[in-house]
Design a protein around this ligand. Structure first.
Ligand SMILES: Nc1ncnc2c1ncn2[C@@H]1O[C@H](COP(=O)(O)OP(=O)(O)OP(=O)(O)O)[C@@H](O)[C@H]1O
Ligand SMILES: [Mg+2]
Length: 250
């Protein structure tokens, strides 16, 4: 379970999060929508202690992130896979080494050949050829980097996955492939996830529930049916604009 409790964060005098309350239930996939620059990435980073709240807390799997020691934070990070918005690969390492680095210490002690097979399987799941393992990040397209970032987040077999814009910049076929993978990880392996996305199709495809972050707070959180029938004009405008935008692109 991931629980945001009255989370506040201000940067340079500018409040970004103004009291976020949000509960992500065990085994649930929650899609998080919100305008650009509204604090979605900031919200996600708090869950693994990359940012510290000014006020409030995030409880991840029973651990208070605000009160956690470095050792406790490390323990949380082992259980939580994080897909960074910009992939955040190590540019001087091969794709294979990028994926291996995400594995647990004892798993890294295994024969390199085993790790290679496992990394190959992870790449296959994100629709990438095994040959990509030997490449350097600079040789990859933006969409490929994104998919390697997802493979890396899955490498330590986490119980929680936090995806920051997993399908942005991907072509529709690969976006659908990633949507299906996110769904599968949730449904078959019981992974608890937050999926930050601009893509309304992804939100509806993967989200057991959908939340809207607006002006620093959670404006709405409910099922896909509930968001479609919400009478809140802000929610309506967001959903309608996204749908019209998606239709125009189709
Ligand atoms: N480390 C930081 N230091 C200062 N300001 C920051 C920092 N991280 C984020 N911000 C600011 O917080 C605000 C929210 O940023 P954030 O990246 O969370 O937005 P977002 O909702 O993820 O946007 P997008 O949809 O474009 O990815 C922005 O104004 C950003 O400039
Ligand atoms: Mg962001």
């Amino acid at each position: 379970m991931i629980e945001y409790r009255d989370l506040h964060k201000t940067f340079d005098g500018q409040p970004v999060l103004r009291g976020v309350d949000l509960l992500v239930r065990e085994g649930e996939t929650l899609a998080l929508l919100g305008p650009s620059g509204t604090g979605k990435s900031v919200l996600l980073k708090h869950a693994i202690g990359l940012l510290t709240p000014d006020r409030g807390d995030v409880i991840v799997d029973g651990t208070s992130i605000a009160a956690a020691s470095e050792a406790e934070l490390l323990k949380v990070r082992r259980r939580v896979g994080y897909v960074f918005q910009n992939a955040a690969l190590f540019d001087s390492l091969t794709v294979a080494d990028n994926v291996w680095l995400a594995q647990d210490d004892d798993r890294c002690l295994r024969p390199r050949e085993d790790c290679f097979c496992e990394a190959e399987e992870l790449l296959r799941r994100v629709n990438l050829d095994a040959a990509v393992l030997r490449m350097m990040p600079a040789q990859l397209s933006g969409g490929m980097r994104k998919r390697v970032g997802i493979a890396r987040a899955m490498a330590s077999q986490p119980s929680y996955l936090l995806y920051d814009e997993p399908t942005t910049g991907l072509d529709p076929v690969n976006a659908q492939h990633i949507d299906a993978l996110i769904r599968e990880l949730g449904q078959e392996l019981g992974v608890t996830s937050i999926v930050v996305t601009h893509d309304l199709d992804t939100a509806f495809e993967v989200g057991d529930r959908i939340a809207l972050l607006y002006e620093g707070r959670i404006r709405f959180c409910g099922t896909p049916d509930e968001i479609l029938t919400s009478e809140d004009p802000v929610v309506q405008q967001f959903v309608r604009r996204g749908r019209v935008g998606a239709a125009a692109l189709a």
